[in-house]
Design a protein. Structure first.
Lengths: 339, 249
């Protein structure tokens, strides 16, 4: 009897009866079984050049991004378990406008790429940080941290103004979005689930809360990261290479196309500088736009944001971010003298 | 989706990451420096899933022993998330892709799809960046560096020297190429560097066949108009097995 209940895992809390119902565990087993039996057929299916390239890019994006997402959920769990809300309230300025500034500069401290910052920003909101400040952190962290800036400097040797312009443009994008949100943003756009405040953690339960928060965040955000990877790998195969080639002379068209490419290619913010630098036919300004837009808004991030903060948030936030990022990049580029 | 299923998925996905990082397949997808990240990330994933399973089982035991669940607030929190976990099914996609499809490294198809470019470092470099080649009859060079020198080195350090290059065959309208893909982070940002082969032997090989060639550059053939694809006169050609580490960096 004892072993039965143990193996049978009455683990789902609140399960009422023992009636036979097909649960997700059985579905998972069935899918795995079918997939293993059909492996030969599956491999044949993917033996088309375009699909093969697409599936390689898909796995590459997942393998590259998942460790960063894990880092993000660990930080998120640590905030939930070890940083009581009142500490954050004490550290951040009371006024949202000033908090946005602090949050933007705090982005310097998270050396990861964009996948890591989404769960962290969401947890900050959950701990009572003003949404405007949390969103500023979300946009600033992947773009202005030292790892990304060093990568940019390495990709553009002898052009320190590129690093400066990227830093200024990205930080400006994050802060402008924060202030826009503080002024016009509505809390009801963000799904209630993301804002729910965790109860203060008692001393003995910290590690349990840490593991449980990290696990839940990982399951939720991971699914959306995979969705983003699917979309970006499809676009990676479908976007014609000629887009890169013909833009040498037309600066306005170049800026627009590079902004759109930054969104659809969804490159990691630590790698995009190398891709931009390798496009020798382009002037510097469109490259800068590519570097500022990419970490702020792309298809992978959009999927992550929609999953974390809710769809009605993402469809408002992403387009505005896109416009603000392009504008900030152009202004920063002109001021620093990149163009 | 039930908690059990989520935990199983986490363990499967984490296991997939650890597996490719340990057996070296990860080199098809990302650069070598990522290996510790992938192992750590995968291990943490497995750990989070395993801890949750163990705790659930233990909690179920204690519940059987003394029926009112002592850890009610914790579980209330988990229940709140249960409804939103449907996208978690997508975690299965990379698991199946890694274990069953195991996509190969990028090859000829992405070379045809992407326009060849010159490595970033070369574009900004000056003559000082291209020291003379080391002495020797045959100098092995990465394709990346060969193309950079052919396109940007005004001092002509390649002219008249015999070099050996390793890459795979790509057949295009313009002829047969030897190509290599350069990545800076993962395969999503790969771009090709290419060399046009003057001379027949490689024409008979299939696309994606790995070869090592020796020969000389045709000076002045790598121009902006042809995306910096220099012409190459091969002296010898041998087929080689595909390297474990298929990209240049």
């Amino acid at each position: 009897m004892d072993t039965l209940s143990g193996a049978d895992t009455g683990t789902e809390p609140g399960r009422r009866t023992r009636r036979f119902r097909i649960s997700s565990v059985e579905v998972l087993c069935a899918i795995l079984l079918v997939a293993i039996l059909g492996q030969g057929w599956l491999q044949q299916l993917f033996d088309v050049p375009a699909l093969r390239t697409g599936s390689t890019v898909f796995v590459a994006v997942c393998v590259q991004a998942l460790p960063f997402l894990v880092l993000g959920v660990l930080i998120s769990g640590a905030i939930a378990a070890f940083v009581p809300a009142r500490v954050l309230e004490k550290v951040l300025p009371r006024r949202a406008g000033a908090a946005v500034g602090v949050a933007g500069l705090a982005g310097v401290a998270l050396p990861g790429c964009e996948c890591a910052s989404v769960p962290v920003a969401r947890r900050l909101m959950g701990q009572g940080v003003a949404p405007a400040a949390a969103l500023t952190f979300l946009l600033a962290a992947p773009a202005v941290n030292p790892v990304v800036l060093v990568a940019t400097a390495v990709a553009f040797p002898g052009k320190p103004e590129m690093v400066l312009a990227r830093f200024a443009g990205s930080l400006a994008t994050a802060m402008v979005m924060g202030w826009l949100w503080a002024r016009w943003g509505k809390l009801e756009w963000i799904t209630e689930r993301a804002l729910r405040r965790l109860p203060d953690v008692a001393g003995g339960q910290r590690w349990r809360v840490f593991a449980e928060t990290a696990r839940t965040d990982l399951v939720e955000a991971g699914g959306f990261l995979v969705l983003g990877a699917l979309i970006s790998s499809a676009l990676n195969v479908l976007v014609p290479a000629k887009w890169f080639g013909v833009l040498g002379d037309q600066i306005v068209l170049g800026v627009l196309v590079m902004a759109v490419l930054a969104v659809v290619l969804a490159l990691c913010s630590e790698a995009d500088a190398f891709v931009a630098a390798s496009l020798t036919a382009l002037p510097l300004l469109p490259k800068l736009v590519f570097l500022v837009v990419g970490p702020a808004v792309d298809v992978k991030l959009f999927a992550l944001q929609a999953g974390t903060f809710g769809r009605s948030f993402a469809v408002r936030f992403a387009p505005v971010t896109f416009v603000v990022a392009v504008a900030c990049a152009v202004v920063a580029g002109l001021l620093v003298g990149v163009a | 989706m039930k908690r059990e299923t989520q935990n199983i998925l986490l363990i499967l996905l984490g296991g997939a990451l650890v597996k490719i990082a340990v057996n070296g397949d990860y080199l098809r997808y990302v650069k070598p420096a990522q290996q510790p990240w992938i192992i750590t990330g995968g291990a943490v994933m497995v750990l989070l899933g395993a801890v949750a399973i163990v705790r659930d089982v233990l909690a179920a035991r204690t519940k059987v022993a003394a029926d009112p669940g002592p850890d009610a607030p914790d579980h209330a929190h988990e229940d709140g998330h249960a409804h939103s976990a449907r996208p978690a099914w997508l975690l299965l996609v990379p698991v199946l892709a890694v274990f069953l499809v195991a996509p190969p490294a990028l090859g000829a198809d992405s070379v045809i799809r992407t326009e060849a470019r010159v490595p970033a470092s070369a574009a900004a470099a000056n003559a000082a960046a291209f020291p003379p080649l080391p002495a020797g009859d045959v100098v092995p060079l990465p394709v990346n560096e060969f193309v950079s020198r052919a396109g940007w080195d005004k001092a002509g350090t390649l002219d008249g020297r015999t070099v050996s290059l390793t890459g795979f065959v790509v057949h295009t309208d313009g002829g047969t190429l030897l190509a290599r893909l350069v990545i800076s982070c993962c395969a999503a940002d790969a771009f090709p560097v290419t060399v046009r082969l003057r001379g027949g032997e490689a024409d008979h090989l299939a696309s994606d066949a790995w070869i090592r060639i020796t020969g000389q550059v045709v000076p002045g053939t790598a121009t902006r108009a042809n995306s910096y694809t220099p012409d190459f006169t091969p002296a010898s050609l041998t087929t080689v097995p595909a390297p474990k580490d298929p990209y240049e960096y």
